[in-house]
Design a protein around this ligand. Structure first.
Ligand code: NAP
Length: 309
């Protein structure tokens, strides 16, 4: 039986592993389907404090993993499929054929960006000009035309942010009205660099040289007209799906599936179950805030375990 099992290997999970291993809890980390989390899909991370020259997203996660292992964290390359809590207070985590037991659990399973599901997505994502994070990748498109897909607050926020770098930002939405809050929508539409493309869906990615984005294919949903739009970067902002479903009744979720934490804490309604990072946070969604929450969850788990003795 483990003292603590950490589910997830993004910034929140590895930071929780660093802190719990340094507290001598010998955490077991379950790597999950996307080892290293969302940052492994970006290129250069330029806003993580301590790396003034930037650092490759994958490398940053490798560094965190190495740091956690140095202090005694162990990793199993399995995906948690379900968690239950027994009457004696012990958590059981189902992962493939195995059932793992722990006194405390830290959930750091993140959220997966919703994608359009078009051909070429796998190869273009990250280095090819297809991304889901303007804060991470916007600076790579100086004076270039880019597009944002979506009509919610995220799309408006991403589009507005991208005007700092891009020559032009097309906001491609499948309807003629934004879903975003009035203030975010007005701000985006008032920006002279942002040009809305209403009633259109993206039908294809068209890579050019070196398999980098050259253009997207569009279809007008009202007229059926097909067209092509030249862009170097495509920022997909059609929402995120928090990876929370596998926890069942142990947690409460908000209307979008994000886990509800106790006010001001990483603890949840289930004693001994702590949550950190994007699976609970749709507001900040940054590597550094996820890492901070991972630290907080580790400290709370450590104190909670001490209280149980
Ligand atoms: P969202 O509100 O769910 O909006 C998703 C957008 O993507 C919608 O406009 C939707 O179109 C579009 N969409 C969904 N699936 C699509 C598809 N397959 N193809 C094309 N378009 C598609 O998601 P979000 O913008 O990420 O926001 C999530 C939550 O976070 C919201 O509660 C939001 O208010 C909040 N948020 C707040 C802030 C802020 O306050 N600073 C910033 C970001 C997000 P339809 O409109 O046609 O459905």
């Amino acid at each position: 039986m483990e003292d603590v099992i950490i589910i997830g290997t993004g910034c929140a999970g590895w930071t929780a592993a660093i802190y719990t291993s340094r507290a001598n809890l010998k955490p077991l980390v379950l790597a999950g389907a996307q080892v290293g989390g969302q940052l492994t899909t970006t290129t250069e991370v330029e806003n993580f404090p301590g790396f003034p020259e930037g650092i490759d997203g994958w490398q940053l996660m490798e560094n965190m993993k190495g740091q956690a292992e140095k202090f005694g964290a162990r990793v199993e390359y399995v995906t948690a499929e379900g968690v239950t809590k027994r009457a004696d207070g012990i958590f059981e985590i189902k992962a493939g054929e195995a059932t793992l037991e722990a006194k405390a659990v830290i959930v750091a399973t993140g959220a997966s960006a919703r994608m359009l599901g078009l051909p070429g997505e796998d190869t273009l994502y990250g280095k090819g000009g297809l991304t889901t994070c303007a804060t991470c990748d916007g600076a790579f498109y100086p004076d270039m035309p880019v597009c944002v897909v979506g009509g919610g607050d995220s799309a408006c926020e991403e589009a507005t942010f991208l005007t700092r770098f891009a020559s032009k930002v097309y906001l491609i939405h499948r309807r003629d009205e934004l879903r975003a809050s009035k203030i975010m929508a007005e701000r985006a539409l008032a920006n002279p660099k942002i040009e809305p493309v209403w009633d259109n869906e993206v039908t294809a990615y068209h890579p050019g040289e070196n398999n980098k984005m050259r253009a997207v294919g569009l279809r007008n949903l009202k007229t059926g007209e097909e067209s092509e739009l030249e862009v170097r970067g495509v920022f997909v902002a059609i929402g995120h799906v928090p990876n929370s479903a596998f926890l069942g009744d142990l947690v409460d979720l908000d209307e979008n599936g994000y886990i509800l934490q106790n006010p001001g804490r990483t603890a949840t309604k289930t004693a001994g179950l702590f949550v950190a990072g994007d699976v609970a946070d749709h507001f900040y969604r940054q590597a550094i805030t996820a890492a901070g929450q991972g630290c907080a969850a580790a400290l709370e788990a450590e104190r909670w375990l001490a209280e149980q003795e």
